[in-house]
Design a protein around this ligand. Structure first.
Ligand code: ADP
Ligand code: MG
Length: 246
């Protein structure tokens, strides 16, 4: 197994309050791993440190064996870490495929010398990303009229244009109906299987987590209390206590 991400004793303190208190874990290539835990457990703080948005107070982050602790978001992104945003980041006035074309131009660093020919060339490439998320039939619709779940799928396509080795998704299904959640995570699971990308995600809906994640980590008050298969996590007394209050 190839280790893509390794986190060692990561800590983040906000004015003395340890929101993340010594977290260590790893993510393997082709792994779909969930980070769950109650509100305020420190999940987003962890994600923000992994993406370079927040500097850790202590600990180390390794990407493909390279120490990237404290590097800027741009540099982390260049090293193959993609993300989807909780707030959708598409250009509303453009069509679905134009948004993907824009992302491709950015990926190929062509944003500032954009020719009509290049733009057309990216259309074909963009279409293949839309097909990956089953949105080929919506290519020419303006984003402003998309259903929320479709916007989420478009975001996923946009994240994939960067060909990430690791995709970080903080609450990708927030605001979606239960069936749409399961569908979106099924799509993510298919992409993980077909492309060998690794995904780390947070999610509230336990049905979604247990249906799709290969491994599950449970964070509580800034500390990991479990890291294992669905069966292992379910059987963990500490996890039961946190989730059932018993
Ligand atoms: P989660 O994503 O698991 O809900 P967060 O990482 O957002 O948890 O928050 C973890 C804890 O850190 C919470 O107690 C939250 O109030 C606190 N926190 C988050 N961001 C900040 C901040 N910028 N300043 C101070 N406290 C923060
Ligand atoms: Mg959060």
């Amino acid at each position: 197994m190839t280790e893509i991400l390794r986190v060692e004793d990561l800590k983040k303190s906000y004015d003395g309050f340890l929101a993340v208190n010594g977290v260590s874990f790893s993510v393997q290539q082709g792994e779909l791993k969930a980070l769950i835990g109650p509100n305020g457990a420190g999940k987003s703080t962890c994600f923000n440190m992994l993406m370079g948005q927040l500097k850790p107070t202590a600990g180390r982050v390794f990407l493909n064996g390279e120490d990237v602790t404290g590097q800027r978001p741009r540099d982390i992104w260049r090293k193959g870490v993609g993300r989807t945003f909780q707030i959708t980041g598409t250009y509303q006035s453009m069509t679905v495929i134009e948004n993907v074309q824009m992302a491709l131009m950015s990926h190929h660093r062509r944003l500032f010398n954009l020719s009509a020919r290049a733009w057309r060339m990216y259309r074909d490439e963009a279409m293949s990303f839309l097909d990956t998320v089953s949105m080929g039939d919506q290519a020419d619709r303006p984003c402003s009229i998309l259903a929320y779940g479709d916007l989420k799928r478009l975001e996923l396509a946009i994240a994939l244009t960067h060909r990430p080795r690791l995709l970080l998704m903080d609450e990708p299904t927030a605001g979606m109906a239960p069936t749409a959640r399961v569908e979106l995570m099924q799509l993510v699971a298919d992409i993980v299987r077909d492309q060998g990308v690794s995904v780390l995600f947070t999610e509230h809906d336990m049905d979604v987590v247990f249906a799709h994640a290969h491994h599950i980590m449970v964070l509580n008050r800034g500390e990991l209390i479990a890291d294992g298969s669905a069966a292992q996590v379910r059987a963990n007394p500490q996890v039961q206590e946190v989730y059932l209050g018993g």
